[in-house]
Ligand binder design. Sequence first.
Ligand SMILES: NC(=O)c1ccc[n+]([C@@H]2O[C@H](COP(=O)([O-])OP(=O)(O)OC[C@H]3O[C@@H](n4cnc5c(N)ncnc54)[C@H](OP(=O)(O)O)[C@@H]3O)[C@@H](O)[C@H]2O)c1
Length: 295
Amino acid sequence: MRILLTGKNGQLGRCFQDVVAVSAHELFACNSSELDITNADQVAAMVAEVKPDVIVNAAAYTAVDNAEQDQAQAYAVNEQGVANLAKAAEALGVPVIHVSTDYVFDGQAVAPYKPSDETAPQGVYGASKLAGEQALAAICTRYIVLRTAWVFSEYGNNFVKTMLRLGNEREALNVVADQYGCPTYAGDLAKAILQLCDRYQATQELAWGIHHYCGDLPTSWHGFARTIFFKGHQAGLLENIPQLTAISSEQYPTPAKRPEYSVLSTATLEALGVEPSGWLQALDAVMSKLKAHAK
Ligand SMILES: NC(=O)c1ccc[n+]([C@@H]2O[C@H](COP(=O)([O-])OP(=O)(O)OC[C@H]3O[C@@H](n4cnc5c(N)ncnc54)[C@H](OP(=O)(O)O)[C@@H]3O)[C@@H](O)[C@H]2O)c1
């Protein structure tokens, strides 16, 4: 199957290239200079030229705090960019697999969010991603939205790499302990998308609509940091484990408000045989890759 991938240099984009490389699929992967999804003509021309069987959108404006000041660009990428891809896909008659976020929710739930639960983003990033989901649903007959959360990998910038860097620079760190979510390894998310591509190729069908994909164990940012420090130390990436203090979101103000609780239910994908991200094991594997890279 021919797959067109956008955002190939991001965490998901790079992991998706890794997993497709050992599959039988043919991949056309683009970064933002090869394919700027905000440019409707460029998107239409690329899709018409490549004639993919499916489009995987890993491109997004992901700077959650910057989005508060940079609304126009956040919406240009996360809403208009998705709409451009959706129109081109629909013109060719092919489906889009798109990735969205837990930040479409307000975080007031007391049980894992289901895909059908009411959305109420707390910031511009979440609102722009929700607008992208809605644009896709309005334009495309066949689409999948995978909402994910707290993405980490050996690539790019993420919480794991930030904690390892700060852990090596400082003796003590304060980390927010009243926001709960599910860390997700981008490599597992990439495999889940590939599983959906395989299933679509085999059956020409998928459970179209919104699904949730994230890690199997909820934690707080503080709990995640503690695990990173422990595993980082074990892997030889941290000389000493810094003193870690749990603080509240109020003590760590950020331009964008985050949901307090954004645990996602992955039940609809599990019913299709797609297992959630085993993020603790994935974290070990990421540590090994970072260690090998550091040598
Ligand atoms: N990271 C998280 O914690 C998290 C949490 C929940 C959901 N998500 C969602 O998961 C998906 C993947 O996230 P990620 O962490 O892999 O993101 P990432 O590492 O920030 O990568 C995003 C990529 O999007 C590309 N991009 C930005 N503007 C573009 C444009 N106009 N045209 C084409 N490409 C453009 C960038 O490409 P260039 O580098 O080539 O400019 C970048 O490589 C996104 O949909 C994100 O919203 C992420």
